[in-house]
Design a protein around this ligand. Structure first.
Ligand code: LFR
Length: 492
């Protein structure tokens, strides 16, 4: 049976058809498009109408492929949303989570509801751009939006609504708002109340694998398509990526590696206590009653932004070129804490890395190769730190690390990660989110029995590359120095 997955990342989106035949999954990418945010009036917004247009292009290419697709699902990055008016129309362009309108807002919210109370209720990590702080910012700057709005839909909820005409808030994404209470299994009434957020914006939450309508007649008519079922999948891309981890054992650690690096483990119950809050771990909702005990690490974003900065200066390096240049540089010359808030907004990353190096008394990396080396080594060492925290919080010891997502094409990073953690890395599949999206559709339609059958099939269908740790002593020493340098700086 064939299904269609739309997977929207922070820099590109794609449509993939998945075919399940003879107990093998075959995946074909039929459409890929840039997802370029728009800077306007000093603000940063997603180009949501363009994204909807690209979904339609994906549907047209599905038709052109001649493959009969039974259903579709959408996953995307988390926390961002659209507000709809009484007539069900989008009231304003959704903000990009890297927009500065949330600067300082989290601290303001803590004056009304202390951080401890927010964490106790939601189990969600403190990121300055969480939906809760975006809404608090909007309440200050554009109160009319919240007064008039009748509904809040997260990005995939919104696109799904435009495709089907039905509104539903999906669970995995809902948890990332930091307004959902997992013990109550509903939006937290006290939090909404204390922050003066209208409760009617937040409706009952539906779980991944729910049939939430079909392509509406206006769309099938416009595109000349047959009827197609639409499922809520694990609509937070990271939740879909975790579904696709080809784990053999029930206890496993993962790193979903893309623009962000999300590292953690799957747990049956949220882990909510002071230590988890201090380490700024999160308990995001997963598929099939699981939770994702994980931490956001700034990830390859820093490298991508460096590449864009150099591009603006006329230095056009491809990604593989940059990685190769970094390999030629001396090891362990300079470290950054990738999770320093300095690196969150878009901008001149090479300059910020230089500023960080100066602030921490290190030699400033000069050449692009040295800067890329600094970023990748620092990421690998931060993975080591976060893996240790994951073990502590979940009370488990992992025998290795599963890496999924586009970041695994960076083989040097995979190798350095294995060396930094001192354990094997199992890398694959690269299209984790899209495959997890498909798996939930197959489980929903009865084609697969459960998530473990899906994981076994994913393991058999896609290659996994194994990286063994190397240069252990050098990496151990580097980790000691990295901890010294980064401990003095703050975290996202
Ligand atoms: C990864 C991701 C992360 C989320 C960040 C912002 O694509 O979804 O899980 O924290 O984007 O939404």
């Amino acid at each position: 049976m064939s299904v269609l997955a739309f997977d929207l990342g922070a820099s590109s989106g794609r449509a993939l058809i998945g075919q399940l035949k003879d107990r093998t999954i075959r995946v074909e990418e039929i459409h890929r498009f840039p997802n370029e945010p728009v800077q306007i009036g000093g603000r940063l917004h997603w180009d949501i109408l363009r994204l909807f247009h690209e979904l339609k292009q994906g549907l047209l290419r599905t038709k052109a492929s001649g493959i009969q697709v039974e259903s579709l699902g959408i996953d995307s990055w988390a926390v961002d949303f659209g507000l709809l008016d009484q007539r069900g129309e989008l009231m304003a362009n959704p903000f990009h989570y890297r927009d500065s309108h949330t600067d300082g807002v989290m601290e303001k919210v803590f004056e009304t509801v202390p951080a401890q109370a927010i964490f106790a209720k939601t189990g969600i990590q403190f990121l300055s751009f969480n939906t809760i702080y975006q809404l608090a910012a909007i309440r200050q700057s554009r109160p009319y939006l919240l007064q008039e709005a009748s509904r809040l839909l997260m990005i995939p909820d919104l696109l799904r609504y435009w495709l089907t005409g039905e509104m539903a808030n999906e669970f995995t994404n809902a948890t990332t708002t930091q307004l959902f209470n997992p013990s109550l299994q509903r939006w937290d009434p006290e939090l909404l109340n204390s922050l003066h957020l209208p409760s009617h914006l937040f409706e009952q939450v539906v779980h991944p694998g729910t049939e939430t309508g079909a392509l509406r007649a206006a769309i099938t008519g416009e595109l000349g398509l047959p009827k197609m079922k639409v499922y809520t999948v694990a609509e937070h891309d990271t939740a879909s990526a975790v579904v696709a981890v080809p784990a053999l054992e029930r206890s496993f650690a993962y790193l979903s590696c893309g623009t962000w690096s999300l590292m953690g483990t799957e747990v049956a119950q949220p882990v909510i206590h002071d230590r988890a809050r201090e380490l700024n771990f999160t308990n995001e909702g997963g598929a099939y009653g699981t939770y994702r005990l994980l931490k956001n690490i700034m990830g390859l974003w820093i490298l991508q932004e460096c590449q864009r900065t150099w591009q603006r200066q006329g230095l056009l390096y491809s990604y593989p070129e940059l990685v190769m240049m970094s390999e030629a540089e001396p090891a362990f010359s300079c470290f950054i804490n990738p999770d320093d808030p300095l690196f969150l907004p878009a901008g001149d990353m090479p300059q910020r890395i230089a500023a960080y190096a100066r602030r921490t008394g290190q030699q400033v990396p000069q050449s692009p190769g040295a800067i890329v080396r600094c970023i990748m080594e620092s990421l690998a060492l931060q993975y080591r730190h976060v893996l240790e925290c994951t073990e502590e919080l979940s009370n488990q010891r992992f025998s290795g690390l599963h890496m999924v997502g586009g970041g695994i094409h960076n083989e040097t990073l995979c190798q350095w990660t294995a060396s930094a953690i001192g354990k094997p890395v199992w890398a694959g599949p690269a299209e984790g989110s899209a495959i997890g999206n498909m798996a939930v559709q197959w489980i929903a339609s009865g084609e697969l029995s459960d998530i473990w059958e899906a994981r076994a099939l994913i393991r058999d269908s896609f290659p996994v590359t194994i990286y063994e740790p190397a240069d252990r002593e050098a990496w151990e020493n580097a980790f000691g120095r990295f901890c010294q340098i980064t401990k003095s700086t703050t975290y996202i």
